[in-house]
Design a protein around this ligand. Structure first.
Ligand SMILES: Cc1cc2nc3c(=O)[nH]c(=O)nc-3n(C[C@H](O)[C@H](O)[C@H](O)COP(=O)(O)OP(=O)(O)OC[C@H]3O[C@@H](n4cnc5c(N)ncnc54)[C@H](O)[C@@H]3O)c2cc1C
Length: 268
């Protein structure tokens, strides 16, 4: 048995002809801040939106124990990633003042699962399989979780190493269980990304909605429990109307996005 846990550029995925996925490129600078500046990030993480930062994703300043990660990502305009990184650095400039750059990272992030995640006795997990959620770009939890689910299924199927599991058996356990557990979560986040990151008007709406306590609760619960949690149907209907209102208002106040010359459709 082989479990391909070798990340977005997976050699194992290529070896089994697992098929391609669309991907984002993410860029991150790790910055060590002076102590008094780091205090600001003790209790919060920052998310920045706008077409200066990314035409289809968000920029971030995330605290990482003793430093911050400052970054951004994009699918459709990968060649401009450094320009977007400069923009997030400029937007957060006051808070990052006096910081020392300690590491620069740039890496692909899969946008959806590969067409084939099991071939023969090879199974893919994590980024190799394409398990990063849209909208938040979260992949660490899902990489660990898929590794565990694949391993547990295989140990059980192999009767503790006595028999070799077949492709169908792996598909009917690990892949089926994964899709049952997470398909809806991925789909909802996919829709949210398509709705709220598509232009500056939608991003204004997103920012306005984030002030709503119900939105905050549903978002944090979903993030915590890794499943889309829902409140009462009445609150959901209220939210629907609020969203429409926010999108209309957002489109009225936002400046139009800068045009992108060539939409990047590269796949990995
Ligand atoms: C800039 C950036 C910021 C991110 N921020 C977040 C975040 O805040 N939260 C979050 O949840 N996710 C985040 N992600 C996504 C997250 O990092 C990935 O989804 C996650 O690391 C995937 O884990 P993985 O084990 O599948 O792959 P990886 O972490 O890529 O690990 C793959 C491992 O395989 C090894 N490997 C590859 N090829 C070979 C080979 N041929 N032989 C031997 N070893 C090999 C690599 O060296 C690596 O150690 C971010 C990604 C990027 C690029």
């Amino acid at each position: 048995m082989v479990i391909g846990a070798d990340g977005a550029n997976s050699r194992v995925a290529k070896a089994i002809d697992a098929g391609e996925y669309a991907y984002a490129i993410a860029f991150q600078e790790r910055i060590k801040l002076p102590e008094e500046k780091m205090e600001y990030y003790e209790e919060l993480a920052e998310m920045y939106v706008g077409d200066d930062i990314s035409p289809d994703f968000y920029g971030w300043v995330f605290p990482k124990y003793d430093h911050v990660g400052v970054g951004t990502g994009t699918v459709i305009n990968k060649n401009a990633i450094k320009q977007y990184q400069t923009a997030i650095r400029e937007r957060a400039a006051d808070r990052l003042e006096g910081g020392k750059l300690i590491k620069v990272e740039a890496h692909p992030i899969p946008e959806h699962p590969r067409p084939r995640r099991v071939q023969g006795r090879v199974a893919l997990v994590g980024d190799a399989a394409g398990y990063v959620t849209k909208c938040s770009g979260e992949g660490i939890y899902f990489a660990a979780k898929s590794g565990r689910m694949a391993a547990e299924a295989i140990v059980k199927l192999s009767k503790n190493g006595e028999v070799l599991p077949t492709e169908d058996q792996i598909k009917n356990t690990y892949i089926r269980d994964w899709d049952n557990k997470y398909w809806a979560t991925y789909k909802v986040l996919d829709i949210l990304q398509a709705v709220f990151y598509r232009n500056n008007g939608a991003r204004e709406a997103f920012v306005e909605l984030c002030e709503d306590e119900y939105v905050q609760k549903v978002t944090f619960d979903s993030y915590l429990y890794k499943t889309v949690t829902r409140g009462s149907p009445v609150d959901d209907i209220k939210l629907l109307f609020k969203t429409v209102g926010s999108i209309i208002r957002g489109n009225q106040i936002a400046k139009p996005d800068a045009p992108i010359a060539v939409i990047d459709n590269k796949r990995l």
